[in-house]
Design a protein around this ligand. Structure first.
Ligand SMILES: CC(C)(COP(=O)(O)OP(=O)(O)OC[C@H]1O[C@@H](n2cnc3c(N)ncnc32)[C@H](O)[C@@H]1OP(=O)(O)O)[C@@H](O)C(=O)NCCC(=O)NCCS
Length: 173
């Protein structure tokens, strides 16, 4: 674990490493994580998702942090700065993903610490996110001091297409 570093990818490196980013996202969906996609999600679709994030990374409205083991990327988290003029203090956290083979070793917590530190550095003091109720993310956010402010039944489909509840969180940092 000590060899794994958390760092930000710029747009050029995100483009170069889009296949690795795709592997992490596909691994999560294949494992049943509800991260906006359904079962059958392909590597090409996963790479297309990340390519779609690159313009935002390039213009600074979005920041991509990765866990890098020196040979390959093994985790991601994305900070999206709220664009609304009346919410200059807010940002959203998403695509919090750790390769399934490396979970429960503290990597998710390190990514969360890093994204919170980055948000603070960008002057964002209110963070928001959502995740499937009862998921690994739900447990992680709760134990890292995030405040659950509601659960919406049937908010999203599971990867298998079944309506599931979503748990909504915020954190003041
Ligand atoms: C959520 C996720 C990023 C957590 O990554 P991780 O590296 O396993 O997290 P950590 O090892 O830092 O876990 C920290 C704590 O969170 C809780 N936790 C995390 N996953 C858990 C699980 N599957 N079951 C129970 N508790 C869990 C535990 O309290 C854990 O501490 P412990 O291992 O000392 O008991 C990872 O499970 C993942 O990628 N899941 C699939 C994608 C997803 O659902 N992302 C969130 C929605 S955006």
């Amino acid at each position: 674990m000590s060899a794994i570093v958390i760092r930000e990818l710029d747009a050029a490196e995100a483009e170069r490493r889009v296949a690795e980013l795709g592997v992490i996202l596909r691994d999560a969906v294949e494992g049943g994580a509800s991260v906006n996609f359904l079962a059958g999600f392909t590597q090409a679709e996963a790479e297309a998702y990340w390519r779609g994030q690159i313009p935002g990374i390039a213009d600074g409205s979005r920041h991509l942090l990765v866990a890098d083991d020196g040979e390959k990327l093994v985790g991601t988290v994305v900070l999206t700065l709220a664009p609304q003029p009346n919410q200059p203090h807010r940002a959203d956290v998403g695509k919090m993903l750790v390769l399934s083979t490396l979970r429960r070793q503290g990597l998710g917590s390190k990514l969360l610490d890093a994204v919170e530190a980055l948000a603070r550095a960008k002057g964002r003091t209110l963070l928001m996110l959502d995740t499937t109720a009862g998921s690994s993310g739900d447990l992680l956010y709760r134990c890292r001091g995030w405040v659950q402010y509601g659960i919406v039944p049937g908010h999203a489909l599971s990867t298998a297409g079944v309506p599931t509840a979503t748990s909504f969180y915020y954190k003041e940092i």
